[in-house]
Design a protein around this ligand. Sequence first.
Ligand code: ATP
Ligand code: LTN
Length: 337
Amino acid sequence: MSDKPVVFSGIQPSGTLHIGNYYGAVRRWAAEQGHNFNIFCLVDMHAITVPQDPAELREKTLETAAILLAAGIDPQRSALFVQSDVGEHAQLAWLLNGIASMGQLQRMTQYKEKSAERREQSTVGLFTYPLLMAADILLYRTNFVPVGADQKQHVELTRDLAQRFNATFGETFVLPEPTIPALGARIMGLDDPTKKMSKSGGRSGHAVGVLDSADAIKSAIMSAQTDSGSEISIDRDRPGVSNLLSIYIAATGTTREAAEQHFAGKGYGTLKREVVDALVAELAPLQARYAELRASPDHLRALLTRSATAIRPIAQQTYADAKRAMGLGLGSPGGQE
Ligand code: ATP
Ligand code: LTN
């Protein structure tokens, strides 16, 4: 392994990527590849914590891989692989089950939100989800985890677990840090700007997908909820307009001050039209590259398999270290351990 900092992040191959995923995570993964040892993971085992259709999940796994490549993930500089292809993720997650407390997991906001819908019917996997995520991160001795704001709590839990493990069983894991973007860390739903934009949002008019046509983008943005009043600025009390303006800033790369000045005295209709134009300009080239990549599924499969094979030895080594530290298995011949 090189001595560059290790960056690891994951994305669920369920549903189609939306602009929240793109601005909160994926765009940064692509932009920062040059400086680090990068590992990006399609976390299909996380996806099955809510019901999935098997054929669709497999299809979405290839689709998500193609979107990440189209967004600029460069297989020469970054590993891109499918979580379930590296068995050590599930194995290490189980060891972490032995050190995490119920209370720690019960405090996770994502669990509270997602389990509220299905209550007793929600899966056990939804509860232990953060342990699989911690395993993903710790296996590769990760330094930095670029994620949207919603995942910060999970990365902090990972850090706490690593610390507890090291203190109890000896130095084994590297402590990771979350990196959250200054802009686009939390894009909100267009139909309800008090809730984060989500793949599982389901409803039409909730999200803009990165593969959406210009017409679909237009219809989602033009019908986005706004607020009373007419001023266009980022303001906690006016979440609808703030969200549209944040999307505009993320898509055009302008500053908040410049954007607020640009829209001074203009109406919500102008803001919406300019958001549509900015998104279409950003997403059209990505969509063209996606179409080319998606046309060669065998090529995508080969690339994902090659990456998994290349990085698996790192995961195997860390897992072996953790297992030995906890006293599992028979140890080495001669009985020293
Ligand atoms: P779901 O809502 O179905 O759980 P998701 O949309 O949160 O899915 P993930 O695959 O879990 O998608 O997340 C991939 C990355 O996108 C993570 O780093 C996450 O923090 C980021 N992300 C997700 N939603 C947003 C959002 N609305 N704004 C900014 N970043 C986001
Ligand atoms: N839980 C994350 C996806 C994820 C992840 C990871 C992100 C799974 N494993 C490891 C960073 C590092 C989410 O976005 N919902």
